[in-house]
Design a protein around this ligand. Structure first.
Ligand SMILES: NC(=O)c1ccc[n+]([C@@H]2O[C@H](COP(=O)([O-])OP(=O)(O)OC[C@H]3O[C@@H](n4cnc5c(N)ncnc54)[C@H](O)[C@@H]3O)[C@@H](O)[C@H]2O)c1
Length: 403
């Protein structure tokens, strides 16, 4: 049915991405189908032409579902005006090339480093952006600051995933558990059965000793308090806090009932800030801790009928950006992930035509999977992602919205 409608609209069928999701392991090497271009010395026309030649030669050889990664220096940290301008030009190239190669499932991203950085200190981000783990991230420019530890994994980490029984949440739980993390699914009590079915699903092989469910309506202060106290008593800390629970209640501003507004603000925003602040105040998030909140590309671009939702999704980006400096001094990072159109229960309420456009108006011309977001969560949770702080990582297939 859907393909028939797509045909009528004159769209070509989507490119099938072959995505591989193997847990990241120390020592994983860059895949053969990745092209890494170091453009950090580009400061004039000659240097830029060299990058053009390198990319042109490289992309001709890249197969479908390839990865192109370009390094630049953060232009705002360069005093020389020409040098800064030419470094910025690399961002334009990466964003455009992402649109050109997306139809073949190939992604293009830019990592912006501090001046004089040693690439050896950024192996974890490099491996992420040159592997299938970042298959739904393209056309993005990510700032890397400081040096990132190369070692460490998630096996000794205590992770809390709010909304962990939902689409993106349960994929994230599985992904973190696959690396041996202890994971607490924090969701409304009514989702306990759903969470348990995840544990009983033989294909996931989640261990009940490592993954548990704690019921809490996060909009209720008392429930948040009980949740944090229970985690403190059982685990003593939260190494990774993933603020992922969220809802939509769509209506145009003019017609929006007040309770639609209040419900969305309560769960998507007030609860996120309150839970994070309470966990920090209780000293539950240690040095090396990670806070990751699920935003949305709608929070960047705006969306018809979603003033309530986009207010919250923009705010969690603002909260992460503003809190990052304070937390950096404590060795904790805080970031947001902005998913594009991801196939979960939440989006099934959207009209079919909207869903078709959401898929097609992206460089990769398709929807993402909850696993795409889970991979990005696991990446930002990793000790080697310490160099990413206060940012928003779009996992949207290169959506044209807000790009
Ligand atoms: N699916 C998408 O395309 C998409 C796109 C952008 C952003 N997001 C965001 O990703 C997150 C997860 O979305 P999803 O698609 O997996 O949705 P989902 O509906 O499958 O999951 C949301 C989860 O949040 C839980 N939740 C709702 N209210 C809660 C409360 N008061 N206390 C505790 N838990 C509560 C629900 O029970 C559910 O398990 C949301 O924040 C959403 O806004 C999703």
């Amino acid at each position: 049915m859907k393909e028939k409608i797509l045909g009528l609209l004159g769209f070509p069928p989507p490119t099938a991405l072959v995505k591989t999701y193997s847990p990241w392991k120390e020592g994983t090497t860059i895949t053969e189908n990745a092209l890494v271009v170091d453009g950090r010395s580009v400061k004039d026309e000659v240097g830029l032409k060299a990058v053009f030649n390198q990319l042109q030669g490289g992309v001709k050889n890249i197969k479908v579902n390839g990865k192109v990664l370009v390094y630049s220096i953060q232009p705002e940290l360069i005093e020389d005006t020409h040098y800064s301008a030419y470094q910025r030009s690399l961002e334009g190239i990466a964003r455009s090339l992402a649109k050109e190669l997306g139809g073949r499932g190939t992604t293009v991203n830019l990592l912006k480093l501090p001046p004089n950085a040693d690439l050896k200190n950024y192996t974890v981000p490099e491996q992420f952006f040159t592997s299938g783990r970042s298959a739904f991230i393209t056309g993005q420019a990510v700032v890397l600051d400081g040096e990132a530890p190369k070692v460490g994994d998630l096996s000794d980490k205590v992770c809390v995933v709010t909304g962990g029984a939902g689409g993106i949440g349960s994929a994230t739980v599985k992904r973190l558990a696959a690396e041996g993390a202890t994971v607490i699914i924090a969701d409304i009590p009514q989702m306990e059965e759903r969470a348990k079915s995840l544990l009983n699903d033989t294909s996931t092989s989640l261990s009940a000793s490592k993954v548990s469910f704690m019921g809490a309506d996060l909009t209720k202060p008392e429930a948040r308090k009980q949740l944090l106290e229970a985690i403190k008593a059982k685990h003593g800390r939260i190494d990774v806090l993933i603020n992922n629970a969220g809802i939509t209640r769509d209506k145009t501003l003019k017609n929006m009932p007040e309770h639609y507004w209040d419900q969305v603000i309560d769960i998507n925003l007030s609860a996120v800030i309150a839970l994070t602040e309470d966990a920090l105040e209780l000293g539950l998030i240690p040095h090396g801790g990670r806070i990751i909140s699920t935003s949305s590309i709608s929070g960047i671009a705006g969306n018809f009928g979603q003033t309530n939702y986009t207010a919250t999704k923009a705010a969690v980006i603002g909260y992460s950006a503003s809190k990052a400096k304070e937390l950096k001094a404590k060795g904790i990072t805080i970031n947001a992930i902005a998913p594009g159109y991801i196939e979960t229960e939440m989006v099934k309420t959207m009209p079919l035509i909207t869903r078709i456009f959401a898929e097609r108006l992206t460089s990769l011309a398709q929807a993402g999977k909850p696993e795409d977001i889970a991979e990005a969560m696991a990446f930002l949770a990793h000790p080697g992602a310490e160099c990413i702080n206060g940012q928003v990582l779009r996992v949207c297939g290169g959506s044209f919205l807000g790009a």
